[in-house]
Design a protein around this ligand. Structure first.
Ligand code: ZN
Ligand code: ZN
Length: 335
């Protein structure tokens, strides 16, 4: 029989159907073959030599005189800021005909992870992945200094079904003037738990997961990767720092190095086991202005796109997952 499972982080339910448990090869999307890309693509705006197709970088690292990683404003941005960034608060949200609205103030940037068109985060050198993580931290902290930015979101879309429109290895940062209710709901859920039990629910959860080991994929010096008990997607993974910290922007040098290693390790495992699936990942953190609070614990969520949410999921936010996370973790451990 299937099982209802509750996500301890936000109270949401999933249905894990272990009877019809699917194996990696049963997911249709794992059968597709990705087109082999050249190292340089003349039409790609992110490739070396095409720098003039992008706006001026907001961040850049060099390898000698060549660039190694660049962050550029997104040319097709959902939100934007004026050249001269205001240091005073924007006007209050307006209400008209019942509806609340404001101009789309914010920043949208693309992290060009490598000059090579066919590079892949899962197989990059550890030092190159470190540069990506470091660039996330720098931009997170810098964008957070803008008093009109409420939230900085770091994420990666890999493959067309995950929302990527360009093949060149990249991730994205979107900083918004508004806070997502999905995130504020999760934060208040965690704060309620802290007020009731007096401990960080995530720290408690990590201890339990490490004791049982059933859903653990790998553990490093500073991080643990596991498949959540109430995974919404097959082979969903989370990477948590072992030491309590709510704010991604506080990650230190040693932790960034370690995170680079565990991130590319789990991505390589996913690549091998699931035949290079499309995927998303995103960083979950408290907004910078909240400070390093005791009730929340930042982390990275990674979701391979093997299934597509349909009417039931959209209508209820209850996801049906046909690969039990215990089985997924075992296969990922061994991949
Ligand atoms: Zn390219
Ligand atoms: Zn914690």
């Amino acid at each position: 029989m299937s099982e209802y499972r509750q996500n301890i982080m936000n109270g949401e339910w999933v249905i894990v159907s272990s009877e019809r448990a699917k194996r990696p090869a049963d997911y249709a999307s794992t059968a597709k073959t990705r087109i082999v890309q050249p190292e340089h693509s003349p039409d790609c705006p992110f490739c070396k030599g095409n720098e003039d197709k992008c706006s001026q970088p907001t961040y850049e690292t060099k390898n000698g005189k060549d660039w190694k990683l660049r962050i550029v404003p997104n040319r097709y941005a959902a939100v934007s800021r004026p050249e001269q960034i205001p240091d005073t608060p924007l006007p209050r949200m307006r209400v008209a005909d019942m509806h609340l609205f404001a101009p789309g103030y914010g920043a949208a940037e693309v992290v060009i992870e490598s000059p090579k068109h066919n590079d892949n985060l899962a197989f990059m050198e550890k030092s190159d992945v470190y540069e990506i993580i470091k660039s996330y931290k720098e931009r997170f902290n810098t964008l957070s200094e803008d008093p009109n930015i409420a939230m900085v979101n770091i994420f990666k879309n890999y493959g067309a079904s995950a929302g990527a429109s360009l093949e060149h290895p990249h991730s994205q940062i979107i900083a918004t003037h508004v806070l997502a209710t999905h995130i504020t709901d999760e934060l208040s859920y965690a704060r309620r738990s802290f007020n009731t039990y007096g401990t960080c629910i995530f720290c408690d959860l990590l201890r339990k997961e490490m004791d049982s080991k059933d859903r653990i994929i790998t553990i490093s010096k500073h991080f643990v990767a596991f498949c959540p008990f109430a995974s919404r997607y097959p082979y969903e993974m989370r990477i948590f720092p072992l030491k309590h910290s709510a704010l991604f922007g506080t990650i230190n040098e040693d932790e960034m190095e370690d995170l680079s290693d565990i991130l590319r390790t789990v991505l390589a495992k996913m690549f091998t086991l699931l035949n290079d699936p499309d995927y998303n990942y995103y960083v979950r953190t408290v907004p910078n202005s909240d400070g390093d609070v005791r009730y929340y614990h930042w982390h990275i969520a990674i979701t391979p796109r093997l299934t597509r949410p349909a009417g039931f999921e959209l209508g209820t936010r209850i996801y049906i997952n046909t690969t039990p996370p215990e089985l997924a973790a075992e296969q990922l451990r061994n991949a």
